[in-house]
Design a protein around this ligand. Structure first.
Ligand SMILES: *[C@@H]1O[C@H](CO)[C@@H](O)[C@H](O)[C@H]1NC(C)=O
Ligand SMILES: *[C@@H]1O[C@H](CO)[C@@H](O)[C@H](O)[C@H]1NC(C)=O
Ligand SMILES: *[C@@H]1O[C@H](CO)[C@@H](O)[C@H](O)[C@H]1NC(C)=O
Length: 307
């Protein structure tokens, strides 16, 4: 009898080791599915899209504590409200914090500026997909009349004028999705990476085509379609990949906005002429935002001809 007992013990031990090493927790249940109607809106921006639909809405993911960064954006690229006779608005996407003071500060900020969209989910990096989907839901429910939407982040420089001009030139109305294209990215399986994704969360070896989450732009019908299909797509905490999965299921292919590169998720050193001809640049600190903005305002387009 000794041998089978030993063997059984060995099998048990091996199983435990496997579960621990490969994170094959049998009690985890099925993959998480995004629930469309979960949570309620706590803050809404001051806009009536039915009466006066904007051409372009910029939705900026931001944490409740990042008030300084929001102020810098409101004083720079978020200030643009009319480009070539088209209405443009910038709103911020926020989750909640446990601090009552911070929640009250957000409510006060929205009373003052009317530019905050907030729902009751915990504002943490790994809830970015929920935040993005809140933006999609808000467009779908409150502003389907807008022509285009950009989803971007607080550490970005956005050239709203150039973006508007390129969108007008492109002249697309439905099924349009653009940004910095990532056609063939692979899941990162290194546990120490910020973008680590386990086999459990994403068992496939390739990602669908998607656009860098730093800044992407789409026609507003895409928001409704993505929101609509989001429940039937496996949830992943990388929001740009999640949107890519939705697009793949919808048969919408991300495409280039311009023949030249205009989205810079890896950042770019500043020059007024360079920043005149880009749409989005990553890794911009709030204090630099003001400096660059002023330099752009002060410079003349004529001086850039030889670039
Ligand atoms: C995301 O938000 C939900 C709802 O507030 C919360 O239950 C969950 O713990 C959050 N996720 C993370 C990773 O903290
Ligand atoms: C935009 O496209 C529509 C048809 O899709 C066309 O009728 C219109 O003339 C185009 N406008 C410009 C400015 O190219
Ligand atoms: C949402 O999906 C349903 C079925 O999946 C479809 O009938 C409906 O047209 C979709 N709505 C939008 C706005 O795409």
């Amino acid at each position: 009898m000794a041998l089978p007992t030993k063997r059984l013990l060995y099998v048990c031990l091996l199983t435990v080791v496997l579960y621990v090493c490969f994170n094959l927790d049998p009690f985890k249940g099925g993959p998480f599915i995004f629930k469309k109607n979960s949570g309620q809106f706590l803050q809404l921006p001051n806009i009536n899209c039915r009466q006066n639909p904007p051409f372009l809405l910029l939705l900026v993911t931001s944490a409740p504590q990042q008030m300084m960064a929001r102020t810098a954006i409101r004083e720079t690229w978020g200030r643009e409200q009319e480009v070539r006779g088209k209405q443009v608005r910038t709103f911020f996407l926020l989750g909640t914090t446990a601090s009552e003071d911070e929640m009250m500060a957000v409510a006060q900020e929205n009373r003052q500026h009317g530019d905050i969209i907030q729902k009751d989910f915990k504002d943490v990096y790994f809830n970015l997909t929920l935040k993005t989907m809140m933006g999609m839901e808000w467009i779908h429910r409150f502003c389907p009349q807008v022509a285009f939407v950009m989803k971007t982040d607080t550490d970005m420089f956005i050239n709203v004028k150039y973006l508007t001009e390129l969108l007008l030139k492109k002249n697309r109305t439905v099924g349009f999705f653009t940004g910095y294209l990532k056609p063939k990215d692979l899941p990162i399986r290194n546990k120490f990476s910020k973008w680590y994704v386990s086999q459990f969360e994403y068992p496939w070896s390739k990602y669908p085509p998607f656009c860098s989450g730093t800044a992407y732009v789409f026609s507003s019908d895409v928001a409704s379609q993505v929101y609509n299909i989001s429940e039937s797509v496996p949830f992943i905490k990388l929001e740009d990949v999640f949107v890519g999965l939705c697009l793949a299921k919808l048969g919408i292919q991300p495409e280039e906005l311009h023949s030249q590169q205009t989205f810079f998720p890896g950042g770019l050193s500043f020059s007024a002429c360079r920043f005149r001809k880009l749409v989005a640049c990553h890794f911009i600190k709030s204090q630099d935002l003001r400096v660059y903005w002023q330099a752009l305002e002060d410079s003349k387009e004529e001086d850039c001809r030889d670039v």
